[in-house]
Design a protein around this ligand. Structure first.
Ligand code: NAP
Length: 276
């Protein structure tokens, strides 16, 4: 039951009503019998700093941050973790006991956790990251931190690819689709395949020895992942990243490790309810 002592976390964004985060986080609070509740606040563009100020005033313990506020939040909090500092974006805020606000970026670490959950250790691997937007940048930063051999960044617009490769700590360069056939791990971090049956590249480039990860999570089984399984490669879906970045958020807010299986089941159920 929600009482006067129930702790509050929420996602801020615009638009935000479609967010799966309330479903995922509340499932974990329920599974762990934590006296926490999670909701969503529609916060207009440019109003992130005011939302952060409200955190302190109202005692909102934790925030998730989504578009368009991630950069503004990173600029406004008191302290940033190394990933958020490198990316200059934050997807998580913690109201600390001393009243200061700490910003974190859990997307990239969530992606690495989803690989590990699938039995894949990315350290020492060669990787192709398709895309150079916010998700790709988080993945490149996190892979560089776990000792990847090297990363090839492949993106439609070259300037964004160059900027994203700079996050690779000297282990990343810009490449092209021909590189896909030569790497151990292929990551689709473009939005191609979101809500469609489109593949981001010619699937004939895939090999059975590869790991293929898709950050797209609707549909959960994308055309890319179907193609990967068909050729005998290991397929890792985007729901794993979505769940594990939320696991890391809850660890930061509550100090307790939530149950990822409960979170994933809730997300899958919600996706089926929405899209069939
Ligand atoms: P973003 O910042 O808007 O970046 C989109 C990327 O996709 C850019 O690299 C863009 O290339 C590329 N792109 C878009 N349409 C394309 C097309 N038709 N052909 C080739 N490239 C195309 O978005 P984002 O936040 O990085 O998100 C990317 C995807 O990851 C989305 O599907 C999102 O839902 C998913 N995502 C998943 C998780 C998760 O937890 N699983 C977390 C975050 C994001 P240009 O630079 O050339 O425009």
């Amino acid at each position: 039951m929600i009482t006067g002592t129930t702790k509050l976390a929420a996602v801020i964004g615009s638009p935000v009503r479609h967010s799966l985060s309330p479903v995922i986080h509340n499932a974990a609070f329920a599974a762990g019998a934590l006296d926490w509740v999670y909701t969503a606040f529609e916060v207009a563009p440019g109003k992130a700093a005011e939302a952060l100020a409200a955190m302190g005033v109202l005692g909102i313990s934790g925030l998730s941050v989504t578009m368009p506020h991630k950069d503004d939040v990173a600029a406004a909090v008191d302290v940033l973790d190394p990933a958020a500092q490198a990316l200059r974006t934050a997807n998580t805020v913690v109201l600390q006991d001393d009243g200061r606000l700490a910003g974190y970026s859990t997307d990239g670490a969530g992606f690495v956790a989803s690989l590990r959950e699938a039995g894949v250790d990315p350290s020492g691997m060669t990787v192709a990251v398709l895309g150079a937007g916010g998700a790709a940048r988080s993945v490149i930063d996190a892979l560089a931190r776990v000792g990847i051999d090297h990363i090839v960044v492949i993106n439609r617009s070259a300037a964004r690819a160059e900027a994203a490769a700079l996050l690779g700590m000297g282990r990343a360069r810009v490449g092209d689709v021909a590189d896909i056939a030569r790497v151990d791990l292929v990551v689709n971090a473009t939005s191609v395949g979101m809500g469609s049956d489109e593949a981001p590249f010619d699937l004939a480039l895939l090999r059975s020895s590869q790991v293929v990860a898709d950050l797209v999570y609707h549909p959960i089984e994308t055309a890319l992942l179907r193609g990967a399984r068909r050729c005998g490669a290991t397929a890792v879906d985007g729901l794993g990243m979505l769940v594990h970045q939320a696991v890391l958020q809850q660890q930061l807010w509550t100090g307790v490790s939530p149950n990822p299986a409960a979170m994933r089941a809730a997300a899958e159920h919600e996706l089926v309810a929405r899209h069939g």
